[in-house]
Design a binder for this molecule. Sequence first.
Ligand SMILES: Nc1ncnc2c1ncn2[C@@H]1O[C@H](COP(=O)(O)OP(=O)(O)OP(=O)(O)O)[C@@H](O)[C@H]1O
Ligand SMILES: [Mg+2]
Length: 247
Amino acid sequence: MAVDPLIELRGVNKYYGKLHVLQDIDLTVGRGEVVVVIGPSGSGKSTLCRTMNRLETIESGSIAIDGRPLPEEGKGLAQLRAEVGMVFQSFNLFAHKSVLANVSLAQTKVRGRKKEEADKRSHELLDRVGLASQAEKLPAQLSGGQQQRVAIARALAMDPKVMLFDEPTSALDPEMINEVLEVMQQLARDGMTMVVVTHEMGFARSAANRVVFMADGRIIEDRTPDDFFTNPRSDRAKDFLSKILKH
Ligand SMILES: Nc1ncnc2c1ncn2[C@@H]1O[C@H](COP(=O)(O)OP(=O)(O)OP(=O)(O)O)[C@@H](O)[C@H]1O
Ligand SMILES: [Mg+2]
C-alpha cells in the first residue's frame, strides 16, 4: 500500500547532555495511519513524541509534517502546536474553568474563533467523547477517564492533522481505561493520523497499522501488529513482550 506521508523523520538525533536519547531515527507516518510506539522505560518514546511538535529540539536530522519542516519559533510554531494535538498521561486541565471553557479556550486564543463558535464546536466534541452532559462541571467533579476524554476533546478542537498520545491511560484506574481507548479507537476509525505510546497491547493489536518498537533510543522493529506480536525478530522485543504479556 502506498503511503501518503504526513510525518517524516529522517536521521533524527537528540542528546540530553551525554545521553544519546534518539539515535538515527527514520520514521514515516502516513496520512490516516495509526502507529503505536512501545518499548522499555527510558527507551526514548516520550522524547520521540515531543520532538514531533517541537516540545524538544533535535541536534541533527529533519522532521517534516505534511511536507513542511517544523518551524523553529514564533507564529509558525504556535500554528504547528495546533496542528499536532498532544495528549499526555496527566490531563493538565484548568482546575477553575468549566469543562466547556477548557475545550473552548485555545480555540478562541489560537484559532481566533468567536466564543459562541468555539462553544458550539466544544459541545460537538464533548458529545463525540461521550461527555455531552458534563460541560458545565469543573474538572475535579469528573473521573480520571472523563478528564482524559476532555483533554482529547480539547486537542481535537484545534482541528489537528495528527494526534500524539503519550501513555494516555497509564494514570487511570483500570475500569476507566476502556472508555478512553474506545474514544481513541473511534478516532482511528474516523481516519485520524495517530502516534500512540501505550502499554495497551489490545489497543495496539486492534487499532494500529504499525507497531514501532524502541530500545536505547533506536527503532528496533517497525512492523504490522500481527507480525510483531506473533513473530518478534529481535531479542530485545522478545524479552520485552515476554515481560509485558505476563501481566
Ligand atoms: N529533560 C530531560 N533531561 C535529561 N534527560 C532526560 C530528559 N527527559 C528524558 N531524559 C532521559 O532520556 C531517556 C529517554 O526518556 P523518555 O522519557 O523519552 O523515555 P520513555 O521511553 O518515554 O520512558 P517511559 O516508558 O518511562 O515513559 C531516559 O533515560 C530519560 O531519563
Ligand atoms: Mg515516556
